[in-house]
Design a protein around this ligand. Sequence first.
Ligand SMILES: [Zn+2]
Length: 243
Amino acid sequence: MFHENANYQSVKVLENLYGYLWQGIGNNCNTYLFTYLLEGKHPHVLIDPGHISNEFGSPCFDQLLAALHKDGFDADSIGLIINTHAHPDHCEANQALKQKNGEVLIALSQIEDEFRKTVGEKLYALLGMTAPAFEPFLLLREGQLNLGKISLRLIHTPGHSPGSISIYWEERKSLITGDVLFVGSIGRTDFPGGDISLLEQSINKLASLEINYLLTGHATEYGSILTDPDKIKRNFQMVRFFF
Ligand SMILES: [Zn+2]
């Protein structure tokens, strides 16, 4: 099930869903890939391409492409990028992917897009970065997103950032949380746009779902993903102590 490629661990979570879990030095997010959903030459959907290169100078995006290649996927076969939120460690590589494949479409929640264009600028300055430059093609709202073979439920889960979305594949009980919820931890709320009480409400909203696969945006000391429904329930109970 697992294999290593450079700084990513590739995990085939389900028949149409892979995880690329960041193992390198420094900060970068985990990336997920839904495969063979869309009609045409670009059938795959990529969630959170991550950094181009991080604070340690790791070439994160090149390494992601190498990990994808090992599983038989490439930049050209990706038709859509969905960002869980607009922090640079999740969406900096949008534009780099767009340069390799001009037909890839980029999607972001409408609320997050408005945030990153206003208050978000200050956040990037705080992090010593310039705001990632990209134009979303699709502005997302809470609700079902039909992607050919499957339908994903987008759930607005603010608190880490105002327009964060969690992505729920109801049929397979899989949830991608971005930076809202981790294994044994919760997202930071000390950045501009963070709000601890909103984060609590968002996590409570997610706790009501039936989840067999919990797929988070960053590893903790306990890992990045949980695939046991009982452990997932315990994780929701455990993180209540942060509020
Ligand atoms: Zn974040």
